[in-house]
Design a protein around this ligand. Structure first.
Ligand SMILES: Cc1cc2nc3c(=O)[nH]c(=O)nc-3n(C[C@H](O)[C@H](O)[C@H](O)COP(=O)(O)OP(=O)(O)OC[C@H]3O[C@@H](n4cnc5c(N)ncnc54)[C@H](O)[C@@H]3O)c2cc1C
Length: 460
């Protein structure tokens, strides 16, 4: 950090909340993606006003600002790819208000997702989006990436629950947008424009979230399939039957194999597995939904169908699905995960196509994901020091994105575009739409100081 910039930052956030130590520069050079680049320094603001002053300073000196939550992003969104100052929001972590009658929680962006759930639990309420990284990720990160998760098939994603935001704009002004009312038709919906904007339009410093009563009755079931295509078809048949599972997760043969090999969990050899959960407020409600799901799975050759008889048994079934991503990583030093998503009726074609593409490149992989909303997570392992593997993984991803968009899908269902998917935006968004995105970005951030190099429609 230049001495005069460091001095000004210390005045704004306090001496202990500014760093350019080697250790911090390394820590802030990466997130949970496969990208890295060092910033010039980092600050930990504790109020909206401090964030605003930091952004004004960035304008004065022309350095980039990179908002950051917990760094669990999988698309490189928090990686300072063009250098600049990381603004770590994790110390703005107060839950400001819980208003049950208004169905509303007002929080600072650094609140960890699970801390909000734990605070809501005694009221019998919850915040329905459910990222698997919930113990670590922040609500600011969830808003910035429009995070989804396990329950999106029934309950939707973060965008569906954002009522209002406070945002520090790229010129340092503070904007309050949205409403604390259950509905509003008042002017352009700017709050939703900022949801999913990955820190490229401003820094979110306060969030008003819609909250819901938490279902009290849950049924969980696991089923195995002789062919991946059968599981994909079962997913389409379950949603086609009118059933509304709260969770519908798929694992492919490689995912099952890796869990069988690396744990003592009791699971059979199979080409695919589905985990289904249904919920409601009476015992009959989830049972009725589950019956429909079971019929659809049996029609598609499901075997070894197991039901959880207690919360502990449900947790045992869950541990199979939760173990996959981490266990699979061991196959190579590096890995890249995706979040391609298609309309649910196209899931069978997507899973078949992904398997065909990756197999051709001979790289180890697993495919799992939130199949109930059409969202699959291929995770491909490779060694970046072996040139043919590094080339192979790039080609494989390009083919997967082409396949997805040909199936009327989206290249990012929940992780965002970040750096990882910026070159492929053109596959999904035509020239007119990318032009409108450029106009919005230039209007709000003409000097491209706010998280530059992300989403980046100029690139595609
Ligand atoms: C094991 C694992 C499981 C995961 N499972 C899921 C899942 O099920 N569903 C899902 O959607 N994601 C999942 N993710 C991805 C990740 O957890 C989410 O994208 C999450 O929303 C990121 O939150 P974060 O606080 O870590 O944000 P970061 O990684 O720090 O930042 C993500 C992006 O948000 C921006 N940002 C952060 N805070 C702010 C702010 N206050 N204002 C403006 N911009 C901001 C950053 O600049 C960056 O572009 C998973 C990740 C891991 C590692």
């Amino acid at each position: 950090l230049e001495a005069r910039i460091k001095q000004s930052l210390r005045k704004i956030v306090g001496e202990e909340n500014v760093s350019d130590s080697f250790m911090d520069l390394v820590v802030y050079s990466y997130d949970a993606s496969d990208h890295d680049h060092r910033p010039m320094g980092a600050v930990w603001p504790t109020s909206t006003e401090q964030v605003s002053e930091v952004v004004k300073l960035a304008n004065e000196h022309g350095f980039p600002v990179i908002p950051r939550g917990a760094g669990t992003g999988l698309a490189g969104g928090a990686v300072p790819v063009l250098g600049g100052l990381v603004v770590d929001l994790s110390r703005m972590n107060r839950i400001l208000e819980i208003r049950i009658t208004d169905r509303l929680a007002i929080v600072e962006p650094g609140v960890v997702y699970m801390d909000l759930q734990n605070t809501l639990a005694p009221y019998g309420f919850f915040f329905p989006p459910d990222p698997a990284s919930g113990k670590a990720c922040t609500l600011g990160g969830n808003v910035a990436t429009n995070a989804g998760g396990l329950r999106a098939a029934k309950y939707g994603v973060t965008r569906d629950y954002v009522m209002g935001l406070k945002v520090v704009l790229p010129d340092g002004r503070i904007m309050k947008t949205g409403s604390h009312c259950m509905k509003t038709s008042s002017g352009y919906d700017l709050a939703r424009l900022f949801v999913g904007s990955e820190g490229t339009l401003g820094v979110v410093t306060e969030i008003a979230l819609k909250i819901s009563p938490k279902p009290t009755e849950v049924k969980t079931c696991l089923a195995f399939f002789p062919r991946l295509h059968d599981a994909g078809q079962a997913v389409a048949d379950i949603t086609g039957s009118g059933a509304a599972p709260s969770i519908l997760e798929l694992m492919d043969a490689n995912s099952i194999r890796v869990v069988r090999a690396r744990t003592s969990l009791d699971i059979p050899e199979a080409d695919a597995m589905l985990l289904v959960e249904t919920d409601g407020f009476t015992e009959k409600e989830p049972a009725f939904q589950m019956d429909k799901a079971i019929k659809a799975m049996e029609k598609n050759h499901a075997f070894n169908i197991r039901y959880a008889k207690s919360a502990k048994e449900a947790e045992d079934l869950w541990s199979i699905r939760k173990a996959v991503a981490i266990l699979a990583s061991g196959a190579r030093p590096n890995s890249v995960s995706g979040d391609v998503t298609v309309p649910v009726s196209r899931v069978p074609e997507l899973v078949d196509g992904i398997e065909e593409i990756i197999t051709r490149y001979g790289l180890p992989y697993v495919v799992f994901g939130h199949a109930g909303d059409g969202n699959m997570h291929p995770k491909i392992m490779y060694d970046r020091n072996i040139p043919e593997e590094a080339r192979g993984i790039e080609k494989a991803w390009e083919e997967i994105f082409v396949l997805t968009t040909n199936l009327d899908g989206t290249i990012s269902g929940e992780h965002g575009i970040g750096i990882a998917k910026a070159p492929y935006m053109y596959l999904e968004h035509d020239e007119v739409e990318r032009d409108v995105m450029r106009i919005v970005k230039h209007a709000l951030d003409p000097r491209n100081l706010m998280n530059p190099g992300k989403i980046d429609v100029e690139k595609s």
